[in-house]
Write a protein that binds this ligand. Structure first.
Ligand SMILES: [Zn+2]
Length: 355
């Protein structure tokens, strides 16, 4: 049962990454004078994940007028997922109508390989699609202009504009969750390369290591993702855990198995970040995703291990993401607002950077 919630300003929900949601119906605090009501414009923002979708109506200041969470029907196949995305956009669109708010555009971000220029969802191992003209499909279904983006690059954009990387021009945002992926911002612009840039999780850190879903062995993802950390802990200790957060909790208690697994993961992360730093020289590395919820338990050893590996390179600051799990939805909203703004500017001024 989908529910829309009135909620707080998402981009101010820092630290825990958890958004407090109430079970109340969306209540929009309307400060306009009665009798002089022009419908406010907003955009729909939708972050499609492997297990759930997070949607919102966002005003120009990215304040949520309503939010919505629904499951992603992954097991029902890619067509069902596209249907569910379209249905969610329609639901949010109706919600806007009920609130007297005009929807100007929808920003939708999805995982996998996403070609923003061609507005196609090129590949998703998780959601099963191959070269899907996602924007066209959703526009046909919803009658709304849609901007298609990539979930991790959207998080990177949101952190750069609103979060931990505000004001920085050279940024590496790394999402460490079930998998690992990065968003590269270089000279103030996102690096996309047809959707193929940023696959940090598939740098090989342990040659002849465990097989990775991508077909290679010993990828960073097989050692340092939240899923890998939990799996490695169970393999080592014989003790099953719900997730990497439990391993972090045991680490804080001095559990030797947790320490060993954590050290291996943070060393591998530092190996990959050293390569990225040598190549891209970010001034700032922002760690997000589930594993970053561990805070300094993750940041401190990663900083130290990265510093050990760098010699002449510019030492980047390593910080935790500020926007938590709302970053993707905020990034989707930013993409939509930028698309509206950029449409009125010559392309060379914007570089098409956020479309
Ligand atoms: Zn791989």
């Amino acid at each position: 049962m989908p529910e829309a919630h009135g909620m707080h300003e998402m981009h101010k929900v820092h630290g825990t990454g958890a958004v407090h949601e109430t079970r109340e119906a969306a209540a929009v605090h309307d400060t306009r004078e009665p009798g002089t009501r022009e419908p406010d414009p907003c955009v729909i923002a939708l972050d499609v994940g492997g297990t759930g979708m997070k949607g919102a109506l966002l005003d120009r200041d990215l304040r949520p007028l309503a939010t919505l969470r629904r499951p992603t029907p992954r097991d029902a196949g890619p067509d069902a997922v596209v249907d569910a995305i379209a249905a969610t956009l329609e639901l949010l669109s109706r919600r806007a109508g009920e609130q007297g708010v005009t929807v100007l555009r929808a920003g939708v971000v999805v995982p996998g390989i996403v070609d923003e220029e061609r507005a196609r969802a090129v590949f998703s191992a998780n959601l099963g699609w191959r070269d899907l003209p996602m924007r066209a499909l959703l526009e046909q279904r919803c009658g709304l202009p849609v901007t298609l983006g990539h979930d991790v690059r959207a998080c990177g954009s949101a952190e750069a504009e609103l979060g931990a990387a505000r004001g920085a021009r050279d940024v590496l945002f790394v999402a460490i969750g079930t998998g690992i992926a990065a968003a590269v911002i270089s000279d103030g612009r996102p690096v996309r390369a047809g959707g193929h840039a940023g696959e940090l999780g598939h740098l090989v850190v342990e040659p002849d290591g465990a097989p990775c879903g991508c077909g290679a062995r010993g990828c960073l993802e097989t050692v340092a993702s939240a899923a890998a950390v939990a799996g490695a802990f169970t393999a080592r200790s014989g003790r099953s855990v719900d997730g990497a957060d439990q391993v972090a909790a045991l680490l804080a208690l001095g559990d030797p198995n947790a320490e060993a697994v954590w050290r291996r993961a943070t060393e591998a992360l530092a190996d990959a970040l050293a390569i990225a730093t040598t190549l891209l020289a970010p001034e700032l590395i922002v760690l997000g995703g589930g594993l970053a919820e561990a805070g300094e338990l993750l940041l401190t050893p990663v900083r130290a291990a990265l510093a050990e590996r760098l010699t002449f390179q510019r030492q980047p600051a390593v910080v935790r993401a500020a926007l938590g799990d709302e970053a993707g939805c905020l990034g989707a909203g930013l993409h939509a607002w930028h698309a509206l703004t950029d449409a009125t500017l010559p392309r060379e001024l914007t570089g098409g950077a956020t479309r």
